[in-house]
Design a protein around this ligand. Structure first.
Ligand SMILES: [Zn+2]
Length: 410
């Protein structure tokens, strides 16, 4: 049967749950030699390979999960470049692009992004979609049709990324209702400078709307170099002083890194208590923020991943924008994302917490049925690379095979 097969592979130890762990043959980079069999689209057997001299020539990963992207603007760089490469320029060009937006243009970008993402090895993606008053609400009907069309190959989650004010309008409520019947999420931006009292009021309204329709929220928050942690402090204040209890994702949270470690740990503990999840987005943060045109500096804000993990905050690493005014590179390729971000963040790929932020935390964030661990009974959803060491994974010359429910995807 085409959805059955067998392979001898290396699997990162922390991504593999095997009964016979006493006999595992694990190399210095924590890759273990495994014989894997799948039948009818599911893993039926995992067995340690004993012979140390015959190291498998392939590395197997579960298919990837992208926790943060922007399908609606991908590949617009060509027509809407931001050659200054800063945050303000990106926002300005983004708003100009909105004026020429049509439903068809957005759908075309989404389809192109989806096809690439599936081919490159993703199984699930959360994408923010710019949302504003003048936008026809019909776009959502079409987006949810695409979500359904691709559902056998990829789980797609949409976040309606709107100004906070939008969620305090009738149109906002109308959209919240639509989102609630399709698993959509409310999104917004909390980036200083902002008026604290007004922002607080609007955030409360948004949270109450989410609670009313049993929705999650995902905020672009503290993507900034000023007022470190101003956004998350306001958010925590609201949650602590109210009975609102909804799942919350904080995307970016970059300025937190400018706080003292004990303050980061203090905020991290509060976030963990409230089960607030974090998505770190090193590529756009390093590209856009704290840019100085005449000097090269390494002072870049990005969510302090290790400190947050220490306080048990679930941190995912995402890609963010692809070839748009916010980031001119990328190709919906998980290996591009990890090749750039792992060295820049000084995360060891052979460590459990690093792989958690790439595979397991994003699976939890998107509430996927499968946690991403390779084990007996899990879906035969793999990316198999030619390679024997991490250096082969972070090379520009990757040869990969993607398996979806046991079938080789071409
Ligand atoms: Zn974003």
């Amino acid at each position: 049967m085409s959805n059955s097969g067998k392979a001898e592979v290396l699997i990162p130890r922390s991504l593999c749950l095997i009964e016979d762990f006493d006999n595992l043959n694990i190399d210095v980079e924590d890759l273990c030699s495994i014989s894997i069999t799948w039948e009818n689209g599911f893993v039926s057997e995992l067995r340690p390979l004993k012979n140390k001299d015959k190291k498998p020539k392939n590395i197997l990963f579960p298919r990837f999960v992208e926790s943060h992207s922007h399908f609606d603007k991908s590949f617009t760089w060509q027509d809407f470049p931001n050659l200054e490469s800063n945050y303000e320029g990106a926002l300005l060009v983004n708003l100009v692009e909105h004026k020429t937006r049509t439903i068809d243009k957005v759908l075309e970008r989404v389809e192109k992004s989806l096809s690439l993402a599936i081919k490159n090895g993703y199984r699930a993606i959360r994408s923010h979609i710019d949302t504003y008053q003048s936008q026809p609400i019909d776009i959502w009907i079409e987006l949810f049709k695409l979500q359904k069309k691709f559902s056998s190959e990829l789980t797609l989650q949409f976040v309606a990324l709107a100004p906070l004010e939008f969620w305090n309008t009738l149109r906002g409520e109308e959209l919240a209702k639509i989102l609630s019947s399709h698993g959509g999420i409310l999104g917004g931006v909390v980036v200083p400078p902002f008026h604290k009292r007004d922002t607080k009021k609007l955030l409360v309204k948004m949270l109450l709307l989410a609670q009313k329709y049993k929705l999650e929220i995902d905020l672009h928050i503290d993507e900034s170099i000023i007022k470190p942690g101003a956004g998350i402090k306001v958010l925590l204040e609201i949650i602590e002083n109210s009975k609102i209890s909804i799942p919350i994702t904080c995307s970016h949270l970059s300025s937190l890194i400018f706080l003292k470690d004990n303050e980061i740990l203090y905020l991290g503990k509060k976030m963990a208590e409230k089960n607030i999840k974090v998505v770190a987005l090193p590529l756009t943060n390093f590209w856009l923020l704290n840019r100085k045109n005449k000097t090269t500096s390494l002072e870049r804000p990005v969510a302090p991943i290790k400190q947050l993990q220490q306080t048990h905050v679930d941190v995912s690493i995402g890609s963010d924008n692809v070839q748009d005014p916010w980031y001119p590179f990328g190709n919906f390729d998980p290996f591009y994302m990890i090749s750039c971000s792992i060295p820049m963040l000084q995360l060891n790929p052979w460590e459990r917490m690093t792989l958690s932020s790439i595979f397991l935390a994003p699976s939890r964030l998107l509430n996927l049925k499968w946690d991403g661990l390779i084990k007996k009974g899990c879906p035969a959803d793999f990316v198999i690379l030619n390679g024997q060491r991490w250096a082969d994974v972070f090379s520009s010359n990757l040869k990969r095979k993607v398996f979806i429910k046991g079938n080789l995807y071409n």
